[in-house]
Design a protein around this ligand. Structure first.
Ligand code: GLY
Length: 380
């Protein structure tokens, strides 16, 4: 690819797009207002769980998530090789717990369509369930086990991804302060007014600014309804090498995932609180109540760490992914909501395909970044 690119945003999505574009031969400069991986990417529990996170139907969003899960084994191997760094990637499968007999029907219908879409899931009950996950509360009556789901330790993975980008020749500029796209019709230009007005120029622009993309609503003549949804999470200390759980555990109220260092990560709230990343008593108290209902061993445990991240949510819950029709030099890859870590490899692939001029598949039109229409007059 002969074009040069500015990638705006150094979260997992921006770093992944930068790496893939570079590997396909482009000159790439990645610009980050703060530190790479410092926002949603670094705060995430790192679950790669398209089946558990999308229980409703095999819609376009599920298809995107599933395609990304399939890319993960190769993608993480590539990042490991390029960076020379190690990080946790655990293929442990998941259990989705049901507390009432009445919920079984929903689990069965979900299993039906998920098995037609790559899952080898089964519903476990009674002895089989207790043997598979001995610590689970006896009030769990059944669980859908999905062996295909996995998780990654997001902070280490993002660090390795950044190192892989640098090794591959991506230029990374961090701590630039606010970044302003100032030109995108004849070429791409981004200015950093808080860094002496420095200007960056390239042929094309890839916007990967997560929850901050909404701040540019109007900038490209478009409505970009993206807003932050805060996720409060907590973590318990658990002895390294001792399993609190063997699977990732999901229920309608949250999830628990144990990392290789023993830490048991439990999430997450969904609050509208602007860009505030503080944790609240109420948010954490709800998690603690549910954690005990999942794992009785947590009855007297206190989390040692509580934090929050901001998920970038669009109005319809789907990412903004693809080239703008009215501004052909601009590609969007933002608004991945609860699935940024999972969706990073497929996003990088689709952005690079788009940069190479390959037309999107018809089902990918569901993610067109211009689908929310033009900006109100005066905002263009
Ligand atoms: N994907 C998990 C969360 O957003 O909390």
């Amino acid at each position: 690819m002969n074009d040069s690119f500015i990638v705006l945003g150094g979260g997992i999505v921006g770093l992944s797009c930068a790496l893939e574009l570079r590997l396909r031969g482009a000159d790439v400069t990645l610009l980050e207002a703060k530190d790479c991986g410092g926002q949603a990417s670094g705060a995430a529990a790192g679950m790669l769980a398209p089946y558990s996170e999308n229980p409703e139907s095999p819609d376009e969003f599920f298809m995107l998530c599933r395609e990304s899960l399939e890319l993960y084994p190769g993608w993480q191997r590539l990042v490991r090789k390029l960076s020379g760094m190690d990080f946790e990637y655990t293929e442990c499968g998941s259990l989705y717990a049901a507390y009432h007999e009445a919920d079984l029907l929903a689990l069965e219908s979900r299993l039906g369509w998920q098995r037609r879409h790559g899952s080898s899931g089964v519903i476990l009950r009674g002895e089989a369930l207790r043997a598979a996950e001995p610590g689970l509360s006896p009030s769990v009556v059944a669980a859908l086990r999905t062996p295909e789901e996995s998780h990654i330790y997001a902070p280490d993975f993002v660090e390795a991804l950044q190192a892989a980008c640098l090794k591959a020749g991506v230029v990374i500029r961090e701590r630039l302060g606010a970044l302003e796209p100032t030109e995108w019709e004849r070429r791409a230009e981004v200015r950093a007014p808080e860094s002496g007005g420095e200007a960056f120029r390239a042929d094309r622009l890839v916007v990967c600014t997560g929850a901050w993309a909404g701040a540019w609503s109007g900038r490209f003549g478009l409505r970009l309804p993206v807003q932050p949804i805060r996720g409060q999470i907590c973590a318990y200390e658990w002895e390294e090498g001792r399993a609190a759980v063997r699977h990732m555990i999901f229920c309608s109220q949250g999830y628990l995932v144990q990392k290789a260092n023993g830490t048991l990560v439990c999430g997450a709230s969904e609050d509208v609180a602007g860009f505030d990343t503080s944790v609240t008593e109420r948010g954490i108290a709800r998690l603690l109540r549910w954690n005990k209902r999942v794992l009785p061993a947590l009855e007297t445990a206190e989390p040692f760490h509580r934090w929050a991240g901001l998920r970038p949510a669009t109005l319809d819950g789907r990412p903004l992914l693809g080239r703008l029709e009215r501004a052909e030099r601009v590609i969007f890859a933002a608004g991945h909501y609860r699935n940024g870590i999972l969706l990073s490899p497929v996003t990088a692939k689709l952005v690079a395909d788009c940069a190479e001029g390959r037309p999107p598949q018809p089902w990918q039109r569901a993610f067109r970044p211009d689908r929310f229409g033009a900006a109100a007059a005066g905002l263009r």
